[in-house]
Design a protein around this ligand. Structure first.
Ligand SMILES: [Zn+2]
Length: 189
């Protein structure tokens, strides 16, 4: 419980560079720690209240436990989506495996890396599993943007932020600058 007590009354988003973001989070001991999972989720919701987020993982607010929440929008102003919406899911102790070798390259951003974007290779098709807040197990297949969101959020639980996965660092930078420069590059192809 000490991790939660240390949050005081107002948990905050940690930003790129904070060493806690590079740590590996520990699983919830279920069902014993289910109430801890609920409490952690409350803090995550508190921090992202009124923000238009796709997802967040507990380490981003300094709680090193394996829980993430995400919602896949059908359309998004900044991301290439698939037109399919997935309502908010809360994943406790999640894991995934690729269903093929296929990868794709798309833009990502992160609450912990504000104002910036980069192009990240991710598995195109995955299967993921988790326990929900009622203690039920789920297994889903996901492709493209949905699969990307899952991989991005689960990476946080292992201390990996998306900039660490970027292959071409010329695609990483402040959103406005990168958008202008990549439009320039694409126009010359
Ligand atoms: Zn993130």
């Amino acid at each position: 419980m000490s991790q939660l007590e240390n949050l005081h009354k107002s948990p905050q988003l940690l930003r790129f560079g904070d060493p806690k973001l590079y740590e590996v989070s520990s699983p919830f001991n279920l069902p014993t720690e289910m109430s801890l999972a609920h409490q952690t989720l409350q803090f995550m919701e508190q921090v992202t209240q009124d923000m238009n987020i796709v997802g967040i993982a507990a380490p981003q607010i300094g709680i090193l436990k394996r829980i993430v929440m995400f919602e896949v929008p059908a359309e998004h102003p900044r991301y290439k989506t698939d037109g399919v919406a997935i309502p908010m899911r809360v994943l406790i102790n999640p894991s995934y495996k690729p269903l093929s070798d296929e990868k794709n390259l798309e833009w990502e951003a992160c609450l912990s890396v504000p104002g910036m974007i980069g192009q990240v290779p991710r598995h195109t098709h995955i299967e993921y599993q988790y326990t929900d807040l009622e203690g039920n197990s789920h297994v889903y297949e996901a492709s493209h943007f949905h699969a990307r969101v899952v991989q991005h959020e689960l990476d946080h639980l292992d201390g990996v932020l998306y900039p660490l996965r970027i292959k071409n660092m010329q695609t990483f930078g402040f959103r406005e600058e990168v958008m202008v420069s990549t439009m320039f590059l694409e126009s010359r192809q």
